[in-house]
Design a protein around this ligand. Structure first.
Ligand SMILES: Cc1cc2nc3c(=O)[nH]c(=O)nc-3n(C[C@H](O)[C@H](O)[C@H](O)COP(=O)(O)OP(=O)(O)OC[C@H]3O[C@@H](n4cnc5c(N)ncnc54)[C@H](O)[C@@H]3O)c2cc1C
Length: 398
């Protein structure tokens, strides 16, 4: 069967775009098919045309100089020099309807007593609650860390696997430590998608995949069909489980139980003059309807300030979310200059996940099917790209 593309990647989040980039770099003709209207997935910087294109990060907001695979892509695209340092502003806790310092929730003597365990405690196979409760103390975990971690992964953190939360990665020291771009992190997704070496098509919902000779047949909701020799799934685990073709039952059974966290994000913009709150990186909610609120203060603007509130699902309706966010920011909802609601999704990993990934890799070994995402090593952009790079090396050679 003749195919237009050697390799089709399904999903144009950073995992799929990264896989496509690494595939195209290996000389494979590569097509990315994305269900939504835009590429980027959780990299989403909505711009507000009526407000001089001021933007807010509704998903991922920070890259670090430890993101080696990302930096390689930025080098390839000539984007590295355009990275912008984030202004240093701190996070606060949001508790009992008030902003509090993070230090105020720390039980310092308990931390000092527990910290030596950090040098000997094993992370692997342990939940976040178990590991951090042990190395920083139970009260520190209950009063501070569980909220901070829930704010990072936008879901309850207690049962999350420790080794998937923060992974140590070597830093590229000549590079800015924490960075973004003048137009936000969608700059990265847009630049990968725009390169002539690969093709990205949006509004292409994949409904089914079948094995076809040595390759695959991909069926789209619009009735189209595509054929390819190699296929990579770069979609959330529930979608991957649904799309896996017959013949991949072992992989299907492994990934089907992986849960997803649904996140109701509200991105809103206010005129700077209307917000009395001192500049801040964001709020970590201890006892509210949202997990966290991330501000745009890391790249200050004279006229506007932006915030993304990441709400727990199904707690408040859209209107009540806007009211809640305004109450937290101390402004009247009438003063909101612009806002938008976005549905984010992140994997809800559980202890034992790394063992599951090992079994999944064994089930995929020797096949022409790649699988990547933010649900292998961890949710960060670099964790996703690490998996994408490894899968492209498996399919096409190092
Ligand atoms: C609020 C928030 C803040 C974050 N902050 C940071 C941060 O500061 N730094 C950091 O490193 N990471 C951060 N992350 C994590 C990181 O942004 C994400 O884990 C990563 O961008 C996910 O990329 P992905 O490609 O694996 O998945 P996704 O971005 O979810 O992409 C999957 C894509 O698949 C598409 N798709 C689904 N089904 C189909 C189908 N049937 N057919 C075709 N396409 C389909 C989807 O539309 C989507 O575009 C954050 C995440 C969130 C939600």
């Amino acid at each position: 069967m003749s195919t237009d593309f050697d390799h089709i990647v399904i999903g144009a989040g950073i995992s799929g775009l990264g896989a496509a980039h690494f595939s195209a770099q290996r000389g494979r003709t590569t097509l990315v098919l994305e269900a939504s209207e835009r590429s980027g997935g959780c990299l989403n910087s909505p711009h507000f045309a009526a407000l001089d294109n001021f933007w807010v990060e509704a998903g991922g907001h920070t890259c670090f100089n430890s993101y080696g695979n990302l930096l390689t892509i930025l080098d390839d695209l000539g984007l590295t020099a355009q990275a912008q340092a984030k202004v240093k502003v701190g996070y606060s806790l949001w508790q009992d309807g008030k902003r509090r310092s993070i230090v105020s929730a720390l039980h310092i003597f308990e931390a000092l007593r527990s910290i030596p365990r950090m040098f000997t405690a094993e992370k692997d196979g342990r939940s976040v609650a178990d590991y951090y409760g042990s190395v920083l103390g139970r009260r520190n975990y209950q009063d501070l860390l569980r909220h901070a971690f829930a704010a990072v992964i936008c879901q309850p953190a207690d049962d999350y696997p420790t080794e998937a939360l923060f992974r140590r990665k070597p830093r590229r020291k000549e590079m800015i430590k924490a960075f973004t771009f003048a137009e936000g992190l969608t700059t990265i997704a847009d630049a990968i998608a725009a390169q002539p070496a690969l093709t990205v098509r949006t509004k292409q919902q994949i409904t089914a995949i079948a094995c076809d000779g040595d390759g695959f047949r991909v069926e789209l909701a619009n009735g189209d069909t595509q054929h390819c020799d190699y296929l990579t799934l770069a979609v959330p685990p529930d979608v991957a489980a649904r799309l896996l073709p017959a013949g991949f039952e072992a992989a299907h059974n492994l990934i089907k139980p992986i849960g997803m966290a649904e996140i109701e994000t509200l991105a809103l913009v206010l005129r700077s003059a209307d917000v009395a709150l001192k500049p801040l990186a964001g709020l970590i909610a201890v006892d509210d309807a949202f997990y966290s609120a991330v501000s745009r203060d890391f790249l200050p603007d004279d006229r506007y300030r932006g915030f993304a509130f990441h709400f727990r699902p199904g707690v408040l309706c859209a209107e009540a979310q806007l009211e809640r966010a305004c109450a937290v920011l101390g402004v009247s909802p009438q003063r909101v200059a612009a806002h938008t609601h976005i549905h984010n999704r992140l994997p809800a990993l559980r202890t034992g996940h790394m063992n599951l990934v090992r079994q999944l890799d064994a089930a995929l070994a020797g096949t022409r099917l790649g699988m990547t995402g933010n649900w292998f090593f961890g949710v960060s952009i670099e964790d996703a790209l690490t998996r994408s790079q490894a899968e492209m090396a498996r399919l096409f050679g190092a």
